[in-house]
Design a protein around this ligand. Sequence first.
Ligand code: ARG
Length: 565
Amino acid sequence: MKEKIVNLLSSNIDELDNDQVRELLEQPPKPELGDYAFPCFRLAKVMRKAPQMIAAEISEKIEKPDFVERIEVQGAYINFFLAKDMFAKEVITKSINDDFGSFEIGKDKTICIDYSSPNVAKNFHVGHLRTTVIGNSLYKIFSKLGYNVERINHLGDWGTQFGKLIVAYKNWGNEEAVKEKGIEELMRLYVLFHDEADKDSSLEDEARAWFHKMEIGDEEALKIWKWFFDISLEEFKRTYKLMNMEFDHFTGESFYRDMTDDVVKELEEHGLLTESDGAKIVDLSEYDMAPCLILKNDGSSIYATRDIAAVEYRKKTYNFSKCLYVTGQEQKLHFSQVFKVMELLGNEWAKDSLIHIPYGLVSLGGEKLSTRGGNVIYAEDILKEAISKIKEIIDEKNPDLSAEEKEEAAKIVGVGSVIFNDLYNQRIKDVSFKWEHITSFEGETGPYVQYTYARCSSILRNIEGFKPSTDIDYSVLSDASSVDLLKEIDRFPNVILEAADRYEPSVVARYAVDLAQAFNRFYTENRIAVDDENIRNTRCTVTYITRRILKDSLDLLGIGCVERM
Ligand code: ARG
């Protein structure tokens, strides 16, 4: 509908195109001001006339189509009042189908998303939780647009730190402790290494030697490394399982270890490598960037070298149209360097198809979060705590549920509450962590949206023999709260497009709250389970559609739904 109004206006205004009109078109706060309002202030500048006069002239010119009930000029505004029943019919006819909001824009195109990517032998912390949920949501959003998406977990599983870990393990570790405590013990050993190396610098040399052994394929070195890798991945997978998230590839940095020699050769052939203090770098001063380090002075490759190898491998293997990297903003320089090097290697495509998607910090405020050894916070513990907090609320709110149902609901709503909190704010902003807000069933929260979904389910469950239909009485939907709800429903496809365009899941999260609020107003103001079959069927159909879009929206965020909570 909005698009139709946009078209109507722009075909009557020579000075503005569709995009400009769309940007100006408003949704007035009060029904007396119509459903859409077009302000003429901007035009006044271009046309050098009073805005009131322009509004009058344009409205005169417009031939009123059937879907508009009337057009009124009020001051500098042209207000459009939709023909409510036609509007309702149009929205319901398209949104009743399950594929409402699905597109084929991405057909035959591949997008790689590099996200989550925790570091082996380190805890999966709150920062990794953000990349995980943002990346997973982008995967859902682009899939909905019809893209083939490759979900890539670029684990931090290679580098000198593993040399250190091997030294520490050999000196102060033992098999049982690692088996029993996993990452926690590996982290203890790592910290211990640094304490000891402060006193005895020969340990650093030993560590370098062990990493060198790893790089040349030494059996013992690789065996210990692989063991640490397996233990870590198992723990990470536990967190992914809790969040119901999957990856297509667990190809971490080690996956590219045999490809870095070729990267060095290629850079050399292009005359890009220069020496600096025994290390090899790509000078990027011409582009106002610090140099990109490729080989350390001991000849070992680093993070950037493996990232360059990874881009080449992915381009060759998946022929992506875009490759997205979701990490904290502190890696901005790293990715600018890697992308620039790719460009300098003659890859035109690198310019617009390699995209860094940064995000802000999680600020814990004064929250007490459960910690394990060394005061370290694990994402898994946060999720578990959310589940138990939600369980308490559900126990109280809905004692009739079976133990199993409560368990299931607490898990989905608890995990969802943390994900939602993470995705509700623009990704570049810091998110604050406040239990009281996150797990609340009111306000802009995951549980609120999920609760609204369960409410829709319960309404429909209690009406016997209801089937959604377009053969309903549209005049029933002319009150303000119904029209508002239909407008929200109508917005869904554009919300997905905007979220994809800006790589911004918060657009979907905010929409989900808007839709839930619109439904709750509709529900307060209209009785649904009335005797009159016409009215009942009409309102139930709207409830049915709202329910499905709430579910789809939550799914786009990587959050599940429950029928009762
Ligand atoms: N492991 C890194 C970290 O924890 C993130 C890796 C991001 N992806 C990449 N291709 N560099 O910070």
